[in-house]
Design a protein around this ligand. Structure first.
Ligand code: 6PG
Length: 238
């Protein structure tokens, strides 16, 4: 595994923001468009805040960047638990990006309805049979080894037909502070990416990271294996 251990959150923020900026510029240079998936949770927030500031900010090609989300808690977009709201507060409200470039998972809807429409959006960009190939997917790691809303013990782990799916988290899901109803990208979309970067911080993730490093696929994050892409881990242990 390509793991970079960092000494602080500040270092993770600088490296994470630089990685996102580099991926965006390369994608726009090569294909005149960047396809980016943002992670939810707490760890990515300072990375997004950093991207809103110099030397990044509006020097990046946001007009040619499509923003999607790895998962969403099924709450309205103005709810403090919403991953969309976190991304807006930290980044999207502070840059010049066309609103139609932001593809929100409709958290206010029923999970199966929101998943259906998000799946449709993903198929529109990827073509009717193709799986969209994102330039960069950012992911986090939960203490139980989950990533996005691919949680242990959920049926979505075996879903190879949908691009996005509803998830109802078991009551005993570890490290779940928020909504038990989610919509998530599935492995086929995640593993089609050109680059996947995990942003991980906190001693509570050590056991999960050890499991992933051992290839223990009971940790859902261990099943993130890009078919033809790069997988990087930026980890702050403490
Ligand atoms: C979410 C995320 C989830 C998150 C991990 C790590 O909606 O919460 O998609 O997968 O990335 O739980 O969260 P932290 O970064 O807050 O530790």
């Amino acid at each position: 595994m390509n793991i970079t251990y960092l000494s602080s959150i500040d270092e993770l923020v600088e490296k994470g923001a630089a990685l996102v900026a580099k991926s965006m510029k390369e994608a726009v240079s090569d294909r005149d468009q960047a396809m980016l998936v943002l992670s939810g949770g707490n760890t990515p927030r300072p990375v997004y805040e950093r991207l809103a500031r110099e030397p990044f900010g509006n020097t990046l090609p946001w007009d040619k960047t499509q923003i999607f989300f790895g998962d969403e808690r099924m709450v309205p977009p103005d709810n403090p638990e919403s991953n969309f709201r976190m991304a807006c507060d930290a980044l999207l409200d502070h840059i010049e990006i066309p609103p139609w470039n932001i593809h929100r998972i409709e958290g206010q809807d029923q999970p199966d309805v929101a998943a259906h429409w998000y799946d449709r959006q993903l198929r529109e960009i990827g073509g009717p049979d193709a799986v969209p190939r994102f330039d960069l997917i950012l992911l986090g790691l939960g203490p139980d080894g989950h990533t996005a809303s691919l949680f242990p013990g959920t049926n979505v782990l075996e879903d190879r037909t949908h691009l996005a799916a509803p998830v109802h988290l078991p009551d005993d899901s570890q490290g779940v502070q928020h909504s038990q109803n989610r919509v998530t990208l599935t492995y086929p979309v995640i593993n089609a990416a050109r680059k996947i970067v995990f942003l991980v911080a906190g001693a509570d993730k050590k056991q999960a990271l050890d499991r992933v490093e051992r290839g223990d696929e009971t940790a859902p994050a261990a099943r993130v294996k890009p078919v033809d892409g790069e997988l990087l881990w930026l980890v702050v242990k403490s």
